[in-house]
Unconditional design. Structure first.
Length: 166
């Protein structure tokens, strides 16, 4: 008689095929974008991306839309409104895109955050006549801006992946 007990065959449940689902991906990305926006705001409280006297891009955009300078309290409300709209919407677009191109999650969302920095600060904002292109910003400001966007990307991807399970 052998001292070893017989090994039982391990029965694996059948793997189900995972099909892309635009709306579920968008919803997971939206939730991730909300969490990512909160994390980005927290990072910006700890490490402000620019000098206090410089206007933030969302505040400048709000003034551009309004067609006149805003008082400080109105600019703050508009800035938060844009921040809390833009972050989740971009997260939703990212979540939907990941459903069809899973490679977009490279580096746990850090690449998404870096790409977002490049697109928004090097192309979109200058097109809107906003702050100087990133090449003209002081290096420390560029680093802080990139860092906060990388945090946004990583948190957005982490939450999206937790919700979607992939």
């Amino acid at each position: 008689m052998s001292d070893q007990s017989p090994r039982r065959a391990r029965i694996e449940p059948p793997k189900r095929e995972i099909h892309p689902d635009f709306w579920r991906g968008a919803l997971a990305g939206l939730m991730g974008g909300i969490a990512g926006s909160a994390a980005k705001l927290l990072v910006e409280q700890i490490i402000p991306p620019r000098e206090e006297w410089k206007a933030a891009p969302p505040g400048l955009l709000a003034e551009k839309v309004a067609g006149h300078p805003l008082v400080k309290t109105d600019r703050g409300v508009a800035k938060r409104g844009i921040h809390w709209s833009f972050g989740p919407l971009i997260g939703a677009a990212y979540g939907a895109a990941v459903e069809y191109e899973p490679e977009l999650t490279v580096r746990h969302g850090a690449a998404f955050g870096l790409g977002l920095t490049g697109i928004s600060h090097k192309h979109l904002l200058p097109l809107l006549g906003m702050p100087a292109p990133a090449d003209e910003e002081p290096r420390q400001e560029r680093f802080r801006e990139v860092a906060s966007h990388v945090v946004y990307g990583v948190v957005t991807e982490t939450v999206r992946k937790m919700i979607r399970g992939r």
